[in-house]
Ligand binder design. Structure first.
Ligand code: FEO
Length: 401
């Protein structure tokens, strides 16, 4: 793949990994990913970010189609996570840059990942700028979006914001720009997937950062993953979408995730779903055996209610449900209505455990958990539909209906 000139003398020199599936060891990227890096050709040539481990040569070949990599003067590391700096040692060895710029906090992560290297590293802070000839690069730290070391680079002369992880999506494609991509549902789904699995705990910080982005004169946002947002309309679209996701206003849709041993809990899930639907709340059921925990989390982006189901297993809950709850709690979803249910043969602790775990995430729990002994009876199905109804009523009230 050739470099792509995204602005005059600014080139995309990243990589597209169509077969990547395991994103950072905890999230799935079903359609691969991209690591974007950008080369700015000016009086001083600058490389902004690098790529994930194993892809140094691919990136260097792409750079080589623009300039000799040894002519790069500066490297900017907006964020030290290894999908962006995993080939830094190889790149520095080849480029031998005059200076490497990181954020104040980036000094720590660089020292941690690349201990003992005698590299010409310089820390920058928000508002610092770098004059590279016909343009300036202005740095803005974006701490906890999503690491303490994260920052973005703004080039006012080009109306370009290189935004690192913010506004990214895991999309592998020959297309580089949002306006070239013809699957809007897929595009928005990948934005939700990225936000809900990575950025969500920092929603409050994102809401404070968005007005800063809006105050910039930009017509292009170039993230380090996925498609580049080209044009005012595309920039506004992604900023508005981020605001909506970060605000977490209740949405009239429910998610049920569950695991089952002998299908009693599964039957309960479908009955709870019926109770929701009968009361005007659309519902998505996801088995945690059939769906990765990051896919379940992505679904939550459109759901104001979440209900969990599990049989009792070893006096507790099923392991995949426990994993899902642990993952969800870490991502700190806000402003949800919850519900819990589960079957058992003997002791029957699971519904109460699920109820407590969801309540610990500050979810409003409008009904007691529903327990089923052995196989669902007419009374159990009635109770499940009642749970769905109670959650639907609470959610609709939260939505202002
Ligand atoms: Fe794309 Fe936080 O790394």
């Amino acid at each position: 793949m050739q470099p792509i000139e995204i602005k005059k003398d600014i080139f995309w020199v990243g990589i597209v990994d169509f077969d990547h599936r395991d994103f950072h060891g905890y999230s799935r990227c079903p359609d691969g990913t991209t690591c974007n890096a950008y080369l700015i050709r000016d009086k001083k040539n600058v490389l902004v970010d690098t790529v994930q481990p194993g892809w140094a040569n691919a990136m260097l070949c792409r750079i080589g189609n623009v300039i000799d990599p040894e002519k790069i003067d500066y490297i900017i590391c907006n964020h030290m996570e290894l999908d962006h700096q995993g080939v830094l040692e190889e790149i520095i060895g080849r480029v031998k840059p005059e200076k490497i710029f990181v954020s104040q906090m980036g000094l720590k992560s660089m020292a941690g990942y690349y201990a003992g290297k005698n590299w010409p590293v310089q820390a920058v802070k928000s508002g610092d700028s770098l004059d590279i000839g016909s343009r300036r690069i202005i740095f803005q730290e974006t701490r906890m979006l999503h690491w303490p070391d994260s920052m973005v680079s703004y080039i006012p002369e080009d109306k370009l914001l290189i935004s690192n992880d913010i506004f990214g999506q895991n999309i592998a494609s020959s297309m580089r720009f949002t306006d070239e991509y013809d699957d809007q549902w897929e595009f928005e789904h990948r934005i939700k997937e990225y936000f809900y699995n990575i950025v969500l705990p920092y929603s409050a910080i994102a809401l404070k950062a968005l007005p800063v982005v809006e105050s910039l004169d930009i017509d292009m946002i170039a993230p380090d993953h996925g498609l580049i947002h080209r044009g005012h309309k595309a920039c506004k679209f992604i900023i508005d979408m981020y605001r909506k996701m970060a605000e977490q206003k209740p949405q009239k849709r429910a998610l049920i995730f569950y695991d089952s041993m002998w299908k009693s809990t599964e039957k309960m899930a479908y009955s709870v779903c019926r109770g929701l639907e009968e009361n005007g709340v659309p519902c998505r059921i996801m088995s945690v055996k059939s769906n990765h925990h990051s896919a379940v989390m992505t679904e939550l982006a459109d759901c104001g209610a979440v209900l969990a189901g599990s049989p009792t297993h070893n006096n507790g809950i099923m392991p995949l449900v426990a994993a899902q709850l642990c993952y969800m709690a870490g991502l700190k979803p806000q402003n949800r209505v919850g519900g819990a249910f589960g079957s058992c043969g003997w002791s029957g602790e699971s519904p109460k455990i699920l109820q407590d775990r969801l309540a610990e995430m500050n979810m409003e729990m409008p009904a007691a958990p529903v327990k089923c002994l052995w196989a669902p009876t007419h009374e159990v199905y009635k109770a499940c539909r009642g749970l769905g109804e109670a959650v639907a009523i609470a959610l609709k009230k939260k939505c202002g209906e």
